[in-house]
Design a binder for this molecule. Structure first.
Ligand code: NDP
Ligand code: MG
Length: 390
């Protein structure tokens, strides 16, 4: 990757953890990337600071509050300032060479669809959109020539060792899970686990929502569905193993007995650099991985009694229809309630189970159905939580 043409880049969710990792890389390569669009939701000061540093053409604040503050901070900067999700979608019609979607939750869905519908390349960290509406995203990319670049570390690992030439010989894939902060916590303690404890992830520095997902292992449940969507493999061919060192991120098993894996530090800049430079590589990582320092690599089965989330997600995928969307929506509501101290740790899974069993899950899966199911699941999960608290 060299020469005069800079890749134009949009970073959605620039103020978050993924956004920071992407922009950390971009700052090292301002000769290769031109940031054209940055978005944030609530962190106005942070968004303004990033805009002054990276000088994008467009800056979008998607959250309701703080636009006047953004204007005051960036009025003289020359950037076009926009407010709201519709404005963000309109900006995406300019189709940057690459868009990284680091928005958290279902809010990432419409921007992902818009990028793919305009034939753009999408580094998709936002796994919730893949879980809720995977078929719609894949269909949009097939119809309009867009490309989804797997960005979640495990899926990026699979992407790196997936040989298209030998696709027919791929038997299965394995996603690794660090196991999160409660890997060795007895089930008898689970009812009393706090949000503070759940946010202390042993290996990864991430946003609050995904950190709680890691603690329940729903993150891995979402990722199993994400893998089925991205790689078009049956769910029986997606295994999960707990690997506490978080060095091996994904493995592809070939029919001739070879297993190809990707290894790297637990640092999102590794997969993000692959996405930024694809189909080339960015030589940003001077130190690399010290293999001699890896005294051991452990691989263990998931303890389903303590972490039922992976099986719950598998069940939702098998059920089909809007079940994965409902699973995702109920999880978003439950995680938010847990973070606010409204429900206990075990209630997260209980409220998802309740929501799945209370709703009708079949039918067509078009965008309207997905958005409708998301709203209904949100209301159902909220009602369960309210009732629990009363
Ligand atoms: P953060 O919470 O750190 O960041 C989320 C970003 O999305 C922020 O920029 C936030 O804006 C913005 N945002 C929040 N709500 C909305 C909304 N309703 N509309 C538009 N923008 C919104 O999350 P992460 O960076 O950790 O995760 C982002 C996504 O990437 C998630 O889907 C996660 O699962 C996935 N992912 C993250 C990994 C990680 O290491 N962090 C690893 C793999 C996947 P603001 O802060 O200004 O309010
Ligand atoms: Mg992951």
């Amino acid at each position: 990757m060299s020469g005069a043409h800079k890749k134009s880049l949009a970073v959605l969710g620039a103020t978050g953890s993924i956004g920071h990792s992407v922009l950390d890389l971009v700052a090292r390569y301002d000769d290769r990337y031109e940031v054209v669009l940055l978005t944030g939701h609530q962190q106005v000061a942070e968004l303004a600071e990033l805009a002054l540093k990276f000088r994008p053409r467009h800056v979008v604040l998607t959250g309701d509050a703080g636009f006047a503050d953004l204007e005051a901070r960036l009025g003289d900067s020359g950037a076009h300032l926009h407010h709201g999700m519709d404005a963000l979608l309109a900006c995406l019609d300019e189709t940057p060479d690459l868009t990284i979607n680091g928005i958290s939750g279902i809010a990432g869905l419409l921007p992902s669809l818009r990028v793919l519908e305009s034939g753009g390349a999408l580094g998709l960290a936002n796994k919730e959109s893949l879980v809720a509406a995977g078929a719609l995203l894949v269909e949009a990319s097939a119809q309009h020539g867009g490309v989804i670049l797997p960005t979640d570390s495990e899926h990026n690992a699979i992407f790196q060792v997936w040989s298209a030439q030998h696709a027919a010989a791929i038997k299965s894939i394995t996603l690794t899970a660090s196991g999160g902060p409660f890997l060795n916590t007895p089930l008898t303690d689970f009812a009393h686990l706090t949000a503070d404890a759940a946010l202390r992830h042993p290996k990864w520095q991430m946003g609050r929502k995904i950190s709680i997902d890691s603690a329940t292992m729903m993150n891995k449940g979402l990722e199993v569905i994400e893998a089925c969507v991205l790689f078009d493999v049956p769910i029986e061919a997606v295994d999960v193993v707990v690997h506490p060192q978080a060095v091996v991120h994904g493995l592809v098993h070939y029919a001739d007995g070879s297993v190809l894996a990707q290894l790297g530090a637990a640092d999102m800049r590794v997969p993000l650099s692959y996405v930024l430079a694809w189909p080339e590589r960015l030589p940003w990582c001077a130190d690399g991985l010290d293999v001699l320092a890896l005294s051991r690599l452990d691989f263990l089965p998931v303890d389903e009694a303590r972490f039922p989330a992976v099986e719950l997600a598998r069940g939702a995928w098998r059920q089909g229809g809007v079940a994965p969307c409902v699973l995702n929506a109920a999880n978003e509501v439950a995680v938010e309630a847990f973070l606010k101290g409204k429900i206990g740790f075990l209630d997260i899974i209980a409220s998802i189970e309740h929501t799945l069993s209370a709703m009708s899950l079949g039918g067509n899966v078009d965008l309207e159905a997905v958005l409708g199911a998301h709203d209904e699941a949100t209301a159902t999960a909220r009602a369960w939580i309210e009732q629990k608290g009363s």
